[in-house]
Design a protein around this ligand. Structure first.
Ligand code: SAM
Ligand code: SF4
Length: 446
C-alpha cells in the first residue's frame, strides 16, 4: 500500500507520538496539515519523506525514551539526506537549544504554540534545505483551527482549550503549554456537528482542565454551557471529556451530566495524593474531605457511574505515613481505575527544588504497593458486572485476537467478545458480561 502511494508520486509522512490524548490529537492535526500539501501517511518509517516525533516531557522516563528515539533517526538521515526529521511539541518547547545542538540530523524543531505553522515550515525546509526552528515562548492568542485527520472513524477528540493556569508544583505542563486559551463555543459545536454528519459516534472534549473552559473568553459561557450545547447534537451517541480538576468540578455540573442524554457516566478526577499536607504542597487547591464529598455526591446522583483517578507516589518529602494515607484513601474511595505514577523531578517546577527528594527504590516500592491494592479493587468492582448486560460502542478488532471485537461501556470499561459478523464498527450493541478481569470485561453479543 505504501509502495503504491510512493509509486503514485505521493510524498509520505510518519508520526511517532508520545504522551497524552492532547498529543495524540495534535498529531492528528499535524497529519491534517500535511495532507493539504500532498503528503500521505505511512506506517513504514523507511519510506517516509517527513518523520515527526511529537514529544512529551511530563516525566523523565518519557524524555529519556524520546531522546533515544531522536538519536535512532540519524540512520535514516544517512540513507536519505533529503528526509525531514522534525521534533515537535512539549520537548521541542522546553529543550529546543539542546535538540538543535545534540542532533544535527533534526531539520525541524517546532514548539507547542507553533503547531499550526507546519505547512509553512515544511515548505520552507523543502525550498531552502535549511534547518528551521520555530518555538514561540508563549501564545497570547488562540492558534487558528487547522484540518484534522482522525485516526478512528467513530471516536474523535475535540480540543476545547489549550494550556493550563493551575501550576501544580510538580507539573511542567503550564510551562510548555502556556496559559489557558479557550476555543469559541460556536467553533466547537460546529466541529461536533460536522463530526456527527461524518458518522462519528463519540466525541471527547479535551483540555488540561476542562472545568476552566470559557474563563478567558469575553462571554459568560462556561463548561456546563458547552456540555449542555453538545448534548443537543443528536447524531452523536456519547460525549466524554477530560481532564476535570476536582477543585472545579461542582454539583451543578454533576446535575447537568445526570440530566443529559449523551454525556457518559464516567468521572476522571485526578486526586494525586490522599494526604492533605501533600495536596497542599502540590498546590492542588482541595482537601481529601472535599474530594470525598464530591465522590459521594456523584455516586448518589448517578449510581453506577465509574470514577477513575491519577496518583503520584514519592512526591518530595512524602513520609511512609503520608503514603499510607493515600493507600487508605484509595481503599475507601474505591476507584474503578487509577493511573499511578512515580514522582518525576521536572526542572523548572517548584517541587524540583523541594527538600526530601526520595530515592527511586522507595518510590518504586510504594508504586508497587499502590498498584497491588488498586488492581484488587478494580477487579472486585468489575466482578460485580458479571451477569449484567451492558451497552457497548463497537470500536474494532481486539489487538490480540482478530476473532474478537473490542468496545467500551459508557463508564469507559473495555469489553471483548467473539465476533459474530452481525455487528459493525460504530454500532451500539448489548453485551452479556461473562467474565471480569482487572482491565477488561469479557462477554457475548446478545
Ligand atoms: N491536567 C490533567 C490533570 O490535572 O489531572 C492531567 C495532566 S498530566 C499530563 C497527567 C498526569 O501526569 C497528572 O494527573 C499527574 O498524575 C501526572 N504527572 C504530572 N506531572 C508529573 C510528575 N512530575 N511526576 C509524575 N507524574 C506527573
Ligand atoms: Fe499539570 Fe496541574 Fe495543569 Fe494538570 S492541572 S496540567 S497536573 S498543572
Amino acid at each position: 500500500m505504501d509502495l503504491d502511494q510512493k509509486d503514485l508520486g505521493h510524498k509520505l509522512f510518519h508520526t511517532i507520538t508520545f504522551g497524552c490524548q492532547m498529543n495524540l490529537n495534535d498529531s492528528e492535526r499535524l497529519a491534517g496539515q500535511l495532507r493539504t500539501i500532498g503528503y500521505e501517511a505511512t506506517e513504514n518509517i523507511d519510506q517516509a519523506d517527513v518523520i515527526l516525533l511529537n514529544t512529551c516531557c511530563v516525566r523523565e522516563s518519557a524524555e529519556k525514551k524520546i531522546y533515544g528515539k531522536i538519536g535512532e533517526m540519524k540512520r535514516l538521515k544517512s540513507v536519505n539526506p533529503n528526509i525531514i526529521i522534525g521534533v515537535v511539541g512539549c520537548m521541542a518547547q522546553k529543550d529546543k537549544d539542546k535538540i538543535v545542538k545534540k542532533f544535527p540530523h533534526v531539520s525541524l524543531v517546532m514548539g507547542t504554540h507553533n503547531t499550526h505553522q507546519l505547512v509553512e515550515l515544511i515548505s520552507q525546509i523543502e525550498t531552502s534545505g535549511e534547518k528551521v526552528v520555530s518555538v514561540w515562548d508563549q501564545a497570547e492568542q488562540l492558534a487558528p483551527d487547522v484540518p484534522t485527520v482522525h485516526k478512528s472513524q467513530i471516536s474523535a477528540w475535540v480540543p476545547i482549550m489549550y494550556g493550563c493556569n493551575n501550576f501544580c508544583t510538580y507539573c511542567i505542563v503550564p510551562y510548555v503549554r502556556g496559559r489557558e486559551r479557550s476555543r469559541p463555543l460556536e467553533n466547537i459545536i460546529a466541529e461536533i456537528r460536522q463530526l456527527g454528519a461524518e458518522g462519528f459516534k463519540e466525541i471527547t472534549l479535551l483540555g488540561q482542565n476542562v472545568n476552566s473552559y470559557g474563563k478567558d473568553l469575553d462571554t459568560q459561557i462556561d463548561f456546563a454551557d458547552l456540555l449542555q450545547a453538545a448534548d443537543q447534537i443528536e447524531t452523536i451517541a456519547r460525549i466524554r471529556y477530560m481532564t476535570s480538576h476536582p477543585r472545579d468540578m461542582n454539583t451543578k455540573l454533576i446535575d447537568i451530566i445526570k440530566n443529559s442524554n449523551r454525556i457518559c457516566e464516567h468521572f476522571h478526577l485526578p486526586v494525586q495524593s490522599g494526604s492533605n499536607s501533600i495536596l497542599k504542597q502540590m498546590n492542588r487547591g482541595y482537601t481529601t474531605e472535599y474530594y470525598r464529598q464530591l465522590v459521594t455526591h456523584i455516586r448518589k446522583s448517578i449510581p453506577g457511574a465509574s470514577i477513575t483517578t491519577d496518583l503520584i507516589v514519592g512526591f518530595p518529602g512524602e513520609t511512609e505515613e503520608q503514603f499510607l494515607e493515600t493507600l487508605d484513601f484509595i481503599k475507601s474511595v474505591r476507584y474503578d481505575v487509577a493511573y499511578t505514577f512515580l514522582y518525576s523531578q521536572r526542572s523548572g517546577t517548584p517541587a524540583a527544588q523541594y527538600e526530601g527528594q526520595l530515592p527511586l527504590a522507595v518510590k518504586k516500592a510504594r508504586l508497587n504497593q499502590l498498584m497491588a491494592v488498586q488492581n484488587e479493587i478494580s477487579l472486585e468492582i468489575n466482578k460485580q458486572l458479571t451477569g449484567t448486560i451492558i451497552e457497548v460502542l463497537v470500536e474494532g478488532a481486539s489487538k490480540n485476537d482478530a476473532m474478537k471485537l473490542m468496545g467500551r461501556t459508557r463508564t469507559n470499561k473495555i469489553v471483548l467478545w467473539e465476533k459474530t459478523g452481525t455487528e459493525k464498527i460504530g454500532d451500539l450493541v448489548n453485551i452479556q458480561i461473562d467474565k471480569a478481569q482487572t482491565w477488561v470485561l469479557k462477554g457475548r453479543l446478545l
